[in-house]
Design a protein around this ligand. Structure first.
Ligand code: NAL
Length: 326
């Protein structure tokens, strides 16, 4: 696969393609970065951006993971001490999931976000950005019903971080796109360069195929799930025999194959008894989706296979969590 294709596969949005094409010409040693509000247990949403980081490492880039402790604090996620503790657990789970330890740098936001020069730059951004703009950027990220002043500072800091961590590429879920657009417009206003960004898709809710899979509502798959829980969750998933259900619905089973399983395995094996046609092997997402649509692959077999591959992906992190808690 060529480098541009590897860097951009499964991205919903690339801003801009030309800038990423240029980066793909010479990716060695370039820095890519994702930030996360610390949370004790990773879920599939985190892992989707982690897959993109693994793609970038494969292309030769250095990965920076920002453990955004100050951001989580600004977003009302707990006391500073609580957030710090969950950040440590998060770091360990990312490594267990498959990020290359040698080429992954973990940085706490609080290591530099409380410095004088950072504070002054932040105030300059506060002065050049409208309240309305900052609030819109935060709409999909904000927790809680009532907007707080901290919620408009948050996206400005996220924009500034992209300068302070000296990045060549920023990665985030589609829910981060308005923050990144703000970064692209506002950083040049205070004398810094805008950076290219990639946005990964948001997987639909597992049981309904609507909206997004989220840890606050509906069914989420996390690093904590046992093999049995995974099987139960995946078996209850919405899986019509098409990749394009009507209206706003998605097929979450196919999405998980496409974004989580195929990027991490060479070949997917569907085990079936001989009387049901015997085993099937797929080297890419397209061929599996085509077989589901034609009826060659039954949704029940697709689900059973998905559950076992997801189990393989999360098993190392699950074991580590058990050890941390023992
Ligand atoms: C992501 C988050 C916080 C700070 C960041 C700084 C730079 C790049 C990415 C960052 C967390 C993210 C979330 N806003 O909603 O999880």
């Amino acid at each position: 696969m060529d480098t541009f294709e590897l860097l951009t596969r499964n991205a919903d949005e690339v801003v801009t393609e030309d800038e990423v094409r240029e980066l793909a010409q010479d990716p060695d040693g370039k820095r890519v970065y994702v930030g996360y509000e610390p949370s004790g247990v990773l879920h599939l949403g985190h892992l989707l951006t982690a897959n993109k980081l693994i793609d970038c490492q494969e292309a030769g880039m250095e990965v920076v993971v920002l453990l955004a402790d100050v951001h989580a604090y600004l977003n009302g996620k707990g006391t500073f001490e609580e957030i710090r503790e969950t950040a440590e657990q998060m770091r360990a789970q990312f490594l267990a999931y498959g990020l290359d330890e040698e080429r992954t740098e973990f940085v706490y936001g609080s290591e530099y976000q409380l410095d004088d020069d950072y504070a002054l730059d932040l105030h300059e951004l506060e002065l050049s950005t409208t309240l309305n703009r900052a609030q819109r950027a935060m709409a999909e990220i904000q927790s809680g019903e009532t907007a707080k002043v901290s919620h408009v500072v948050y996206p400005l800091m996220q924009a500034l971080d992209i300068e302070y961590l000296d990045l060549d590429l920023a990665v985030g879920g589609m829910d981060q796109r308005k923050v990144h657009m703000l970064m692209r417009e506002e950083l040049p206003d205070i004398g810094y360069e805008a950076r290219p960004v990639l946005h990964t898709p948001i997987v639909a809710d597992l049981t309904t195929g609507e909206g997004k899979m989220s840890s606050s509502e509906g069914v989420t798959i996390s690093m904590e799930d046992s093999a049995d829980e995974l099987e139960e969750k995946v078996n209850s998933a919405f899986c019509p025999p098409t990749r394009d259900p009507e209206g706003d619905l998605e097929n979450p089973v196919l999405e998980l194959f496409e974004y989580h399983v195929f990027p991490r395995f060479e070949e997917i094996l569907v085990e079936r008894p001989d009387e049901y046609g015997g085993d099937l092997a797929y080297a890419n997402y397209e061929s599996l989706a085509t077989d589901l649509e034609s009826g060659e692959l039954h949704p029940a077999d697709a689900k059973g296979t998905l559950a076992s591959y997801l189990d393989e992906l999360i098993a190392p992190g699950r074991t580590l969590l058990e050890e941390l808690r023992a």
